[in-house]
Design a protein around this ligand. Sequence first.
Ligand SMILES: [Zn+2]
Length: 209
Amino acid sequence: MVHDIPDSLTEVIPARGRTAFPMAKGQTLRIEDLEGQQAVDLICYNLDNLDEGFWAAHSAKLNGTIYLSTGHVLYSTLANPMMTIIEDTVGVNDVICGSCSYALDVVRYGTEKAKPGCMENFEAAIAPWGLRRKDIPMCFNIFLRYPVEETGVVSIDHPAPSTAGDYMVLRAEMDLLVAISNCPQENNPCTGFNPTPLGISVQSTADMS
Ligand SMILES: [Zn+2]
């Protein structure tokens, strides 16, 4: 199917914000942490078949790691390559712990402190494409490290390792719908307790077919 996809896109996602946009196969997406310690949740769908989405477990198994970085591939529910990481200045990005949400905040921090999270951001971002909350897959956590110990213990209250100016570039391996949540979490250090803006840009590369 031929889609009407812009040649480029430049956007600043404000603190706690979100976005969703189509990408053509071969285009690159650059995501920059503008102020530092800002976790980014990313999901994507096959633009020709929105039932096929990013699948974290396939991505961990097929790359042989739970920390994705340069050269690793994001795989779909059908185990097709969706995006390849071609640059990553941080080097540690989680694929097993998923998104924050209001419901998770209630359990972890209580009703008083609970706020809308990345799941609520995704829900709003994908609504224009007719997708609903049940269609949201577990995300790819960019600029986030959840250390897993040999015993299996997972430390989820770990600061985002990025500093201002850190970035990742991903190449689309199929036509995609991409959704990004600029994590609004204020109750743990994945945003340094202080959500800040992200810069994103999409470019068409010279060798795209
Ligand atoms: Zn979040």
